[in-house]
Design a binder for this molecule. Structure first.
Ligand code: CTP
Length: 471
């Protein structure tokens, strides 16, 4: 740690020092920037607390740097970007108190200690002085350094107060524990469990931001386990909560799908940083509770859970305020297809089955394979090895077939327009039927993926259907 250049050697801080000293006010860097320095994490956003007017200091710095300052009067904050693109936000030191029936805090001016005390966690309440007389001095009034060392997430004050001030902090606590691999202090954990129902007053958008950060963490399962253990999960993600538990009938048990899902998510996280592939892992079995059935002869089944699950995706995305765009479609598609490679690898791997998978998955086929491999969480090693060997075979076949037949992003060479023009017909079911025969013939390898072969087949099928070519 000592070998790193101290971040306060950046010229922007010297500029701030000049300004605050000339204005006769105290200023501090506080929050994530300080924390991340000690954790050796990259950080570009800088929060500066001024014991006085943050807006005034920001304006003076803006003049000095000849840069635009955005002022948010209602919040008493101001923000600008320095020449290196860092975002610097200024705020006056505050004491805040919230009345239980209002989301709006009563804000008064306060000291730096007041300001640190009202922050969410001790590790986020560390501050460095920016005034020349004690430049770089660390203010650690609430044991943040010790908590960093001991890897603890703890509130600076009574956690019931911290969480009722802003209930989102309960999920932030879980998120920091997940991102950093830290533990929640017992009293912090207990307070989350006590205050869990207050999460309902927090906007879905703010919760979604935290969920993304949990999903993007090195081991996302930690976060979802903690959300479950603290009791937050049913409030924010009931469909995931419904996966929990094991039912036993006639001595037959199914696996706990929550535990399984988290294992799959961690497996994917080891292989890929793709956020949406990780979401697909989290959601791949989401319809298991809805499709669960028991038969005394065969035991538990979840028939069609991939189909029902894919249909649930738009609604889940809408409820969680995740984007309803191509990301949603990607997740829906992976959920829909997540059993296909495994079914494929259970039988003899035929060219036509591989061709169909390539056609349906398109460019996402590699991600689908990653998800499927992650989905093999059996405790029996020989079974896992057998599946992985078969998957390796599927991959080899996929490569061969893609090189030969180019079906990954294939559009059948004969369009509906061509069929209608050739036979002078209007849009009707026959057009779709002819197109389907051509597509199937290509995917089954009966004809090559080219125009002439497809045209010849169109003529044959059209003749069978009694269509006559327009002159
Ligand atoms: N903060 C808080 N309560 C919140 C949000 C933020 O007390 N609900 C304080 C914390 O001191 C935090 C600082 O504001 O360090 C900046 O917040 P933010 O930029 O959201 O978080 P960072 O700590 O910088 O971390 P990250 O960027 O990972 O969210």
């Amino acid at each position: 740690m000592s070998e790193k250049p101290h971040p306060l050697s950046l010229s922007i801080f010297k500029d701030i020092t000049e300004i605050v000293d000339s204005l006769g006010v105290a200023a501090y860097v506080v929050g994530g920037y300080v924390r991340d320095y000690y954790l050796c994490r990259p950080s570009t956003d800088i929060d500066v607390v001024v014991v006085g007017s943050g807006i005034e200091v920001a304006k003076a710095l803006g003049r000095k740097l000849h840069t635009k300052v955005s002022v948010f009067k209602t919040f008493g904050t101001a923000m600008l970007h320095d020449r290196d693109g860092r975002e610097i936000e200024f705020v006056g030191a505050r004491r805040e108190s919230y009345s239980p029936d209002s989301r709006k805090p009563a804000v008064e001016e306060g000291s730096i200690e007041d300001d640190q005390l009202r922050r969410d966690f001790t590790i986020n309440a560390l501050a460095w002085s920016l005034n020349a007389e004690n430049y770089g001095e660390l203010l650690d009034s609430f044991g943040g350094m010790a908590d960093l060392e001991n890897q603890i997430i703890r509130t600076p004050t009574d956690p019931d107060v911290t969480f009722s001030d802003d209930p989102l902090r309960m999920i932030r606590g879980v998120r920091f524990a997940t991102q950093l691999g830290f533990d929640l202090a017992p009293e912090t954990f207990d307070a989350i469990a006590r205050n869990k129902d207050r999460i309902t007053i927090v906007s879905k958008e703010r919760i979604a931001t935290e969920l993304h950060k949990i999903v993007a963490s090195p081991r996302p399962s930690i976060g979802f386990e903690l959300l479950h253990l603290t009791g937050l999960l049913p409030y924010i993600f009931p469909e995931l909560d419904a996966l929990r538990g094991v039912e036993v009938r006639c001595g037959k048990a199914h696996k706990d799908n929550f535990v399984h899902t988290l294992k799959v998510l961690d497996n994917v996280a080891q292989k890929s940083d793709n956020l949406w592939l990780r979401w697909a892992a989290l959601l791949h079995d989401i319809a298991k509770p809805r499709t669960k059935a028991f038969d005394a002869r065969i035991g538990w089944s979840f028939h069609g859970h991939e189909v029902v699950g894919s249909k649930m995706i738009p609604e889940i995305f809408r409820k969680l305020r995740l984007p309803l765009n191509e990301k949603m479609k990607y997740v829906r598609k992976l959920v829909f297809l997540h059993l296909r490679p495994i079914i494929l690898s259970e039988d003899e791997v035929t060219d036509s089955a591989v061709r169909r998978l390539l056609f349906e998955a398109g460019d996402d086929v590699e991600d689908l394979m990653t998800l499927c491999e992650a989905d093999i969480t059996s405790g029996i090693d020989s079974k896992v090895q057998r599946y992985l060997r078969n998957f390796a075979l599927v991959r080899v076949k996929m490569k061969e077939i893609e090189e030969k037949d180019r079906v990954r992003n294939f559009q059948p060479p004969i369009t509906g327009e061509i069929i209608m023009q050739t036979y002078g017909i209007e849009p009707c079911s026959i057009v779709g039927e002819i197109k389907a025969v051509i597509k199937d013939a290509i995917l089954d390898g009966e004809i090559p993926n080219d125009y002439d072969a497809a045209f010849a087949l169109m003529e044959k099928v059209a003749a069978e259907k009694g269509l006559i070519r327009k002159q």
